[in-house]
Design a protein around this ligand. Structure first.
Ligand code: IP8
Length: 245
């Protein structure tokens, strides 16, 4: 069983204070990850939250606007590796066999922005009993220097390439919400939620809920979007929050 889990950056950091962890939330997430049985091949991806995003906007870098300035690239990548270090530390304290995989060192985009993330290293780490921990990062981008890759993009690529059985997005909301703020149980087509998430594709290039749902609908694996309170339930095999089929 292969599981790809994204820990949202806003879940594990304090989004209102630059480069500040939400220690309690990260602790809870680490405890949940530690409960996964050792037969499961688990890949963890985390987002940036209060790490990385402000450095990226300071330097005008996004998923489409790149930089050719190494010091800007290092500031953004460095913020993300700092957060990755904190995540790894908390996982190791819980005896999770977690190791880092930095997308900047392995992935790239072509001229059309298509991401290429080789997975040989990740497959080998899984086979050797490790839990690879990736993160939103910068990637080399043909013709644009280096651009941002979001954790959501990495999750979609990994889920497809590793033929994941289950995908989980642990978010700050308990699932995809309808107009009355109730969690939508299942989404089978985008039309099911177009009225609450909007029809436009262009408004969500940086990872709004509409973009997440579209990316998850394209996957073979079923995916769940849920809040931190439900992370244990997801990792125990349940389908909390919203299931995207
Ligand atoms: O929080 C952001 O990753 P995300 C990565 O998953 C950077 O969108 C470098 C801002």
């Amino acid at each position: 069983m292969t599981v790809v889990l994204k820990l949202g950056g806003s879940v594990i950091t304090d989004k209102d204070r630059p480069e500040t962890l939400d220690g309690d939330a990260l602790e809870r997430a680490a405890a949940a990850v530690a409960s996964v049985d050792s037969d499961t091949d688990l890949v963890v991806v985390h987002g940036g939250g209060s790490f990385g995003h402000h450095n990226a906007s300071e330097h005008g870098v996004s998923t489409t606007e790149g930089t050719h300035d190494a010091s800007a690239a290092l500031a953004i990548h460095g913020a993300m590796t700092t957060l990755n270090g904190f995540v790894l530390q908390r996982l190791l304290e819980r005896d999770v066999n977690a190791v880092p995989v930095h997308p900047f060192s392995v992935a790239h985009r072509d001229r059309d922005g298509r991401l290429s993330l080789p997975t040989g290293q990740i497959r080998t780490l899984l086979a050797e009993g490790f839990v690879p921990v990736l993160h939103g990062d910068l990637v080399a981008h043909e013709g644009a220097g280096a651009t941002v890759v979001s954790g959501d993009e990495l999750v979609a690529d990994l889920a497809t390439d590793l033929e994941a059985d289950r995908v989980g997005l642990c978010s700050t909301v308990p699932g995809v919400l309808d107009d009355a703020e109730r969690v939508i149980d299942r989404i089978a087509t985008y039309e099911d939620v177009a009225s609450v998430l909007g029809e436009s594709e262009s408004t969500d290039v940086t990872g709004g809920m509409a973009a997440k749902v579209r990316a998850l609908l394209a996957l073979e694996a079923s995916a769940s979007i849920f809040g931190l309170a439900d992370l244990d339930a997801f990792l125990a095999g349940g389908e909390p929050g919203t299931t995207v089929e």
